[in-house]
Design a protein around this ligand. Sequence first.
Ligand code: S3P
Length: 441
Amino acid sequence: MPTFLNIKSKINEFNSKIEVPGDKSLSIRWLLFASLASGKSEANNLLLSEDVLATVGGLKKLGIKIKLIKNRCEVIGKGLNGYKFKPNLVLDAKNSGTFGRLILGLLVNTPYEIKLIGDNSLSKRDFKRISDPLKKFGVNIKLYKNKSLPLIIKGSEKLNSIKYLENRGSAQCKSAVMLAALKTPGTTIIKAKKSRNHTELICKYLKLPVKIKNNKKFDLISVNKAKKILPFNYKIPSDISSSAFFLVLTALNKNSKLIIKNVNINPSRVGVVTILKKMGVKINFLNKKKYKGELIADIYVESAKKIKPINCPANLNSGAIDEFLLIFLVAARANGVSTFKSLEELNQKESPRLIWGSRILNSMGIKNTLKAGSIKIYGNPNLNVDNKITIKNYLKDHRVFMASVIAALTFGGDWKIYDKDSIKTSFPSFLKTINFLKNDK
Ligand code: S3P
């Protein structure tokens, strides 16, 4: 089986309806909270991807019983302090930043050392951003070269609450501290730059001792020690980040229309929709409903006749943080120059994505300039790519692979895109859905 995908022609027009798999952030969070509950919780439509399976594997090693039947999942939670394991435990977060970081918040009171490892990409990422606040709680953490994996964590019996400023807009940092605070006596106060708020919404739904005050740029979150978590069932809605590949495929294709069913449109996640709309793409939310604190809708999108350049407001960054590779493709089609700034965090992802965004545009012949955390993209509405392009050595970053596929299908050219298997990280059925739309008439 070749590990690369060869694409030599654009996709035909389509008019279709699809459903994408369950949300990754919510699947991982549901598993973590269910493992802390006292008793049996069940979920439907759990995302069956490698990041989520790494979470299942890690929790099993911590003594939690988990049954998976297709995408239905049963977790027998053992209570807030119920993890049981032998000394010298090694947890492997594989490619998952969310599991690798959030689980540390739940290991703050473990009696023995645990080693946390990850794959090549995760081992290059910053874990000091998590160990710094957790050390203040009283936890012992030793990082490789003072900043990354593998790390060793040993909990403390005497945790103390902290004051924490999260100023990167990282939901993983905010959530790890919130989870640690749920196990810590006293009140932990977090001042957090806006980022996805699934952890807060689950805490609210579970009636945990968490208070939130939303200000314009920052949220003030206070968390007290929890007494008990009740088991809870959940139907995971579809992932907006997976939907985004198809929003952009449709917007950049000719004469096409698409409905994506049952997507989580949490306001802290829909930055991609806001940005695409500002650029002239028609997108509507249909059948909006609330589900256990989250907002869900079907999303309608159609081909864009004309794309406007954007000077993207930085306050939209965190809500679209996983979608910028796609947004850059839309900017490549705009009739003018687009600017995106304060995107340093993009280079902290599974691969340095700001750099990869620029490389993909360069390979397509789109002029762009990178300066620190900013990129300027000189759009060309008549761009037709006809050269050979190879995308390789991107640390198997699933989003680089999938965004390159969307570029190949909408701009043309002869593409060889390596590491097809990377889609298993977040969206294993991605190519099936592409093939479904290719055959839609
Ligand atoms: C995630 C938060 C974001 C995002 C990641 C998932 C989460 O990362 O990029 O894919 O589920 O909390 P940061 O917390 O680093 O911003």
